[in-house]
Design a protein around this ligand. Structure first.
Ligand code: PLP
Length: 409
């Protein structure tokens, strides 16, 4: 008789987005005339840029001719894309990464989850709290998280990220073997400085741990001297794997392309993690579509760079409107400067879900309750710059009005 993976039964369920959808649907049903504005959205909304579209059309034509048709590609992705990544994402920042250390994939989410395949089940995993839920759930599914106690996983090391530490995790008491870090951060919008990352790199080197660094939002960094890659930090090539994605950079959420970098120098127990990952990918993955990789390559063309920059600036302008508008309304806000996410503190310590309901009912604006990302997210909500400019301004104006009337409650 077959037995299923019992770890799935321990998962608490994707409570957050299901609950948001439920409350939103209930409100809409009771108030069909009200026009809701969604600022909780974690997906891009602007189309692919012309340079990418043109490259993909051309690649489709390649597929139509026997002379240029492409079948299975290399497991690690085409050299044209891996070389463009080195040239534009690593070399200019002094990150010593070569094309043979890059693996093209269908996105960062799969890689963040699948990377667990090359690590023993007994490793202790650390995550930030609040956190992008994929890291936790993927480890729980493979049995690395222990038991769900109704609030937390018993075998996960949670690294609190809060106002007191500026949303940058401090070194933990219990030593983890695998450390997930994500900067610019989803959901808090925080970025780590070189010095703060160096502390973690040194820690990982000291303990033979491995850092799994999610840099999906690297292109949203606007401030000078904020590191875009962990490999800008000395020693990181010996202790870190980095995940990047074209999803938020170039609107590839529905097109699917990302890459994972594993330096040759990164070895544990005498094994090269780069070689182990190639073995894993060549067994369980047959590559990202040729047409999509040509589209991703075009992100690095002169026009591609200019056009994707324009879209990112558009989202970041929305973020600025949200950040400034909520500040003017008297809220304490974080993020929105080097990330499309604004992490806003609820007024008077109101719980996240209560404030979510208030904004839904009174401002008709949908946000994301911070508590859904972890215990430390309680008392915050997340808003994003991924909406349209006019509706974002209207949403913030509505929230401002609701908060002004607060004293009458
Ligand atoms: C959106 C996002 C990604 C990107 O995932 P893809 O699978 O590449 O679309 C990765 N990490 C974080 C934290 C994200 O928010």
């Amino acid at each position: 008789m077959v037995k299923v993976n019992g770890n799935y039964g321990k998962l608490p369920g994707s409570y957050l987005f299901a609950e948001i959808a439920k409350r939103t649907a209930e409100y809409t049903k009771a108030n069909p005339d009200k026009k809701l504005i969604k600022l909780g959205i974690g997906d891009v909304t602007q189309p692919l840029c012309p340079a990418v579209i043109e490259a993909m059309h051309k690649a489709v034509d390649d597929m139509s001719d026997k002379k240029t048709f492409m079948g299975y590609g290399p497991y690690e992705g085409y050299a044209f894309l891996r070389e463009a990544i080195v040239k534009h994402d690593y070399a200019p920042f002094g990150a010593p990464i070569t094309a043979d250390e890059i693996f093209i994939s269908d996105g960062a989410k799969s890689d963040c989850g699948n990377i667990g395949d090359i690590f023993d089940i007994d490793n202790v995993v650390a995550v930030c709290d609040p956190v992008y839920p994929v890291y936790v759930d993927a480890n729980a599914m493979s049995g690395r998280a222990g038991e769900w106690d109704g609030r937390r996983w018993t075998n996960i090391v949670y690294l609190p990220c809060n106002e007191a530490n500026g949303f940058i995790p401090e070194l933990p008491v219990r030593t983890p073997d695998i450390i997930y870090l994500c900067f610019p951060n989803n959901p808090t919008g925080a970025v780590a400085t070189r010095g703060q990352l160096k502390l973690w790199v040194d820690y990982a080197l000291r303990h033979d741990s491995v850092i799994l660094y999610d840099a999906a939002y690297r292109e949203y960094i606007t401030e000078l001297d904020v590191p875009r890659s962990i490999y800008e930090i000395e020693g990181a090539t010996e202790c870190a794997i980095e995940f990047c994605s074209f999803s938020k950079t170039a609107g590839f959420t529905g097109t699917r392309c990302g890459y994972t970098t594993i330096p040759r120098e990164l070895k544990r127990c005498g094994e090269s993690l780069n070689e182990m990952w190639l073995r894993r990918q060549s067994t369980k993955f047959n590559g990202t579509a040729y047409v999509v990789q040509r589209g991703a390559e075009a992100v690095y063309s002169e026009q591609g760079i200019a056009q994707t920059r324009e879209t990112i600036n558009f989202y970041m302008n929305n973020a600025k409107v949200i950040r400034q508008g909520l500040k003017d309304a008297g809220l304490t806000v974080y993020g929105g400067v080097n990330a499309p996410y604004i992490w806003a503190k609820t007024p008077n310590g109101v719980p996240s879900w209560n404030f979510f309901d208030k904004l839904l009912h009174e401002a008709n604006v949908v946000t994301t309750p911070g508590s859904g990302f972890g215990a430390e997210g309680e008392g915050f909500i997340r808003l994003t710059g991924f909406g349209d400019a006019a509706t974002t301004e209207e949403a913030i104006e509505r929230i401002r009005k609701v908060l002004q009337m607060r004293s009458l409650d």
